[in-house]
Design a protein around this ligand. Structure first.
Ligand SMILES: [Zn+2]
Length: 59
C-alpha cells in the first residue's frame, strides 16, 4: 500500500484511470482529497463526519 501511495501521490490525480479513490476508514464513503475536509489517523483516512476524535486536522 505504501508503495502505491508513493506513486499515486497528490500530484498524480490527473492519471486517474487506475486511481483507487480514498475511502473513509469508518463509513467507507469516498473522500475527494483536496476538495473535501478529511483527516488522517494511524494511516487511515476519515471523512468530516467521522473525524470526531480530539486533535483532528482538516484539509
Ligand atoms: Zn466517514
Amino acid at each position: 500500500m505504501s508503495r502505491k501511495w508513493n506513486e499515486y501521490n497528490f500530484g498524480a490525480l490527473e492519471n486517474s484511470s487506475t486511481y483507487e479513490p480514498t475511502r473513509c476508514a469508518e463509513c467507507h464513503r469516498v473522500i475527494r482529497l483536496g476538495y473535501e475536509g478529511h483527516t488522517i489517523k494511524d494511516g487511515d483516512y476519515f471523512c468530516m463526519d467521522c473525524a470526531d476524535f480530539p486533535g483532528a486536522l482538516f484539509g
